[in-house]
Design a protein around this ligand. Structure first.
Ligand code: OMP
Length: 288
């Protein structure tokens, strides 16, 4: 394996371009607003326009798989084109597919999204650990072996996440409840990233909208030593103030993510690029 680890590649991209990931979420309403048909060709023009506008200007892009899957196999072919365009331009691609399953099936998801030569394999994948962090082992192993990364859901940006993520884990001896689910997920990531420089490749998803949830759940974000993907910026209401407040001493690890907040500026390439650069600068000053 000659590729540098994802954590090192992302750290370099963030220092070159700033801490912003532009989400590629081709909602039907956005296709309409851009004057595009709600079909695979509209999806393709939308996605490649975003790539043209932001590659080489921001650290990463994050295509959301659901918006491609809703167009069937032709939509997935467009996702493959986005992945290929990222590879050609050197812009990191986080495939946001939030996969999670029992280990034996997780192995197949890992081969789809993290294996060299797979057309859907970007630089990192979002994964869901709610079948137990250990169920993600095939993805962890393949990501680390291939220079890719993972973003493991930890404290998500949506208002419903707390009922699972803030819950206290129980053991046979400690029925009163142990550490929170979020803290356990963060501790697993920290263990996998131990000793990595400048940071490890097993990141977490922590929404910019979660307020003081890390403190309330005892989740030590600074100790993760890995990237913290922070969606919720822009359309979900978080901005610079929230980024600073949520991440505190972990802010140098944060990759802020905005989809609709940037995409609404399209379809003009220059306007999209300007919106991305503005969001990137705002995130950079909040996270300095
Ligand atoms: O993993 C994600 O990216 C993610 C996690 C999370 O906690 N919240 C969240 O909004 N996301 C994704 O981030 C994007 C947010 O889009 P906007 O609200 O338009 O910026 C969507 O693609 C979500 O699926």
């Amino acid at each position: 394996m000659t590729t540098a680890p994802f954590g090192a590649r992302l750290a370099a991209a963030m220092s070159a371009y700033g801490p912003l990931c532009v989400g590629i979420d081709p909602h039907a309403s956005l296709l309409q607003a851009w004057g595009l048909p709600d079909d695979a060709e509209g999806l393709r023009r939308f996605s490649l326009t975003v790539m043209e506008a932001v590659t080489g200007h921001v650290a990463a892009v994050k295509p959301q798989a659901a918006f491609f899957e809703r167009h069937g196999s032709r939509g997935l072919a467009v996702l493959e084109e986005v992945v290929a365009a990222g590879r050609e331009t050197g812009t990191l691609v986080v495939v946001d597919a939030k996969r999670g399953d029992i280990g034996s099936t997780m192995g197949a998801y890992a081969e789809a999204f993290l294996r060299d030569g797979s057309p859907l394999a970007g630089d990192a994948l979002t994964v869901s650990p709610y079948l137990g962090f250990g169920s993600l082992t095939p993805a962890v192993d393949l990501a680390l072996a291939s220079g890719r990364g993972l973003f493991v859901l930890c404290l998500t940006s949506n208002p419903e996440g707390h009922e699972v993520q803030h819950a206290r884990t129980a053991t046979a001896e400690d029925t009163a409840g142990g550490p929170s689910v979020a803290a356990v997920m963060a501790a697993h990531a920290a263990a996998l990233n131990a000793d990595a420089t400048p940071m490890g490749s097993i990141g977490l998803v922590v929404g910019a909208t979660v307020g003081d949830a890390a403190a309330r759940t005892g989740t030590d974000l600074a100790a993760v030593n890995g990237p913290l993907l922070a969606p919720g910026v822009g359309a979900q209401g978080a901005g610079a103030t929230e980024l600073t407040a949520v991440f505190g001493s972990a802010r140098s690890q944060v990759l802020a993510s905005s989809s609709r907040g940037v995409l609404r500026a399209g379809p003009d390439v220059a306007a999209l690029r300007a919106a991305a650069l503005e969001a990137s600068q705002e995130a950079a000053s909040a996270l300095r």
